[in-house]
Design a protein around this ligand. Structure first.
Ligand SMILES: CC(C)(COP(=O)(O)OP(=O)(O)OC[C@H]1O[C@@H](n2cnc3c(N)ncnc32)[C@H](O)[C@@H]1OP(=O)(O)O)[C@@H](O)C(=O)NCCC(=O)NCCS
Length: 195
């Protein structure tokens, strides 16, 4: 099925990974990933209802996000057919005005630094390509892996909040803070140009 109504997103390459806009061709891989209860342990969603789950992901794939925002599917450069997971950079709760960054990977790929490696160029793109002033993340206090990813990216603790009624830790980073952080140099460039 052709992708319709979606904005272009840059492709990113990192030492081990490549990222491109998530499309309908990734739907089944995303469904399979979410069927692992450990993967969605800290995330509310229609995971236990197959029809709702499929409709939810289709909607997230086909929604038109503001320019430069959306979901990137992540692949192993050494095995390009291997879907590892995704990184998102979208208006919070799809409405904004805040923009959030997020990550979800197949359990078999956890613990290799993939989420951090993949999120870095997306973070860089958010500030320098999409021109965002601030990027936030909202994470369940028990989701230690995700908190660690946020910390490694340089996101700063910004208190507690409710995320769809769920107590969460808020992390935030401004463009000025990003530009002053050591992650700038490590963030990589989009494949084939600037963003
Ligand atoms: C969160 C997630 C994306 C992390 O993926 P990943 O590829 O394993 O991430 P990384 O390897 O870059 O980093 C994981 C960090 O957590 C640490 N970690 C792993 N298991 C841990 C544990 N049980 N306790 C504490 N830290 C742990 C790792 O040591 C690593 O930190 P380090 O590099 O300082 O050693 C992955 O676990 C996931 O997809 N979870 C399910 C979806 C999810 O919860 N998304 C976030 C919603 S806010």
């Amino acid at each position: 099925m052709p992708d319709q109504g979606m904005n272009e997103l840059p492709v990113f390459e990192t030492p081990r990974l490549f990222l491109r806009r998530r499309g309908m061709q990734d739907l089944d891989a995303c469904l399979e990933m979410d069927r692992d209860p450990e993967v969605v342990r800290y995330i509310d969603g229609p995971w236990s209802d197959p029809a709702l789950h499929r409709a939810f992901i289709k909607e997230r794939i086909t929604t038109s996000y503001p320019p430069g925002l959306g979901y990137w599917s992540v692949f192993d450069r050494a095995r390009p057919d291997r879907f590892l997971g995704w990184i998102l950079l979208i208006p919070r709760a799809c409405t904004g005005p805040e923009v959030e960054i997020g990550w979800r990977f197949n359990r078999s790929s956890w613990g290799n630094g993939y989420a951090t490696e993949a999120a870095l160029p997306v973070l860089r793109h958010g500030f320098l390509g999409a021109g965002l002033d601030e990027i936030i993340a909202s994470i369940d206090p028990d989701n230690v892996r995700s908190i660690r990813v946020a910390q490694k990216l340089g996101l700063l603790p910004a208190g507690r909040e409710l995320e769809r009624g769920r107590p969460s830790l808020r992390f935030a980073l401004t463009r000025a803070q990003f530009l002053a952080s050591p992650n700038v140099a490590a963030a990589g460039m989009p494949a084939g140009g600037t963003s």
